[in-house]
Design a protein around this ligand. Structure first.
Ligand code: PHE
Length: 339
């Protein structure tokens, strides 16, 4: 029995010397300390020994068991440390590598232009109001002095949702809503989406944005509309820009006009964008019609006002040199990343 114990001890030390990794160590552990392992084998042999030999051999087997466990623990922590170290070495971080750039979002060119216009108008004393995209016939047309069979309704081809509900065709729908809520002096702007049932082309779309502005007070003069518009354009473009006004018709203003600004691309010299005229048609405006004030419960004998409506896509196209309005809604990163 003593020889067997010695042999197993010798064999164990032979084998443990060659262990290369934790998996091999685990195999040895099972081979010696496992349920069917060598130590267990020695313990079962003890039973067959003579009674007086049992204490001695028992102690020898137990000592061997402890020695083997000790040894395995030592080798385990040794291999474990080496493996960790080499893992760390493999995972070493190269701090010289440049970081990966994340694709962060950007404001849409129409939003940028709209924000710019709003900033300027707020700086000039206008406050912001909002109106709904889904509007009643009343606020979009009737209260703006479009009679039900008025041919002017054909000016704006409309998407009707029900007989009375429609997608607003302009931001002027906000005018009477605001008049109902506030009393003069009123100096308000409202911006947002508008919809018209038009053929989509490079110049027009069924979906676009406007900024509306209006001022109602005692003795508002036509010339203050001109000076407000002039100052507004100067501030949007940061230089003294020329403006031109032409008479035009909108049922909700009297007199009404359309406004042009000097072409911002060629500075009035004539180019492809302004079709060589040197001018860009950009907004509608006028003095608010007395009937509209009445709809808004404002006495036209006491008060008057002006209103203007600016198309944003049109301006963004000119500002950024974009030739096709459809590109704004195509979500093409090649385009969006440039602006
Ligand atoms: N609502 C008009 C349009 O969409 C623009 C406008 C606004 C004209 C205010 C006059 C006064 O064409």
């Amino acid at each position: 029995m003593e020889k067997e114990i010695k042999d197993i001890e010798g064999l164990f030390f032979e084998e443990i010397k060659d262990v290369k990794n934790l998996r091999e160590l685990e195999e040895i552990k099972i081979k010696y300390l496992g349920k069917k392992g060598k130590i267990q084998f020695l313990l079962s042999h003890l039973k067959k020994c003579k009674k007086e030999e049992k204490p001695l051999f028992g102690k020898l087997v137990n000592d061997l068991k402890e020695e083997i466990s000790e040894q395995i623990k030592k080798v385990f922590s040794f291999i474990h440390d080496i493996e960790e170290k080499s893992k760390l070495e493999r995972e070493e971080i190269d701090i010289n590598l440049p970081g990966r750039l994340k694709n962060i979002g950007n404001l849409h060119p129409v939003t940028k232009m709209m924000d710019r216009m709003i900033d300027v108008l707020v700086g000039m004393g206008f406050s912001i109001q909002k109106g709904p995209d889904l509007e009643s016939d009343y606020y979009n047309f009737e209260a703006l002095n479009f009679e039900s069979d008025h041919p002017a309704r054909d000016m704006q081809d409309t998407f009707y949702i029900t007989e009375d509900l429609l997608l607003r065709t302009h931001t002027s729908n906000v005018q009477v809503r605001v008049m109902e809520k506030f009393s003069p002096p009123i100096r308000v702007i409202a911006s947002g989406r508008c919809f018209r049932n038009e053929n989509v082309s490079s110049r027009s779309h069924v979906f676009f944005h406007q900024v509306e502005g209006f001022y109602i007070d005692k003795d508002v003069s036509f010339s203050s509309l001109f000076s407000t518009m002039d100052e507004f354009w100067d501030k949007v473009f940061n230089y003294k820009i020329k403006t031109r006004y032409r008479p035009s018709y909108f049922p909700f203003v009297e007199p009404g006009m359309e406004g042009d600004i000097e072409c911002i691309i060629c500075k009035g010299k004539g180019c492809k964008i302004c079709k060589n005229s040197g001018w860009l048609e950009i907004f509608g405006a006028g003095m608010i019609h007395p009937n509209v004030l009445k709809y808004g419960n404002i006495d036209p004998e006491k008060y008057n006002g002006y209103a203007f409506g600016l198309g944003i896509e049109r301006l963004a196209m000119l500002y950024y040199g974009i030739e096709d309005i459809r590109i704004f809604t195509e979500n093409d990163f090649r385009f969006l990343n440039q602006i």
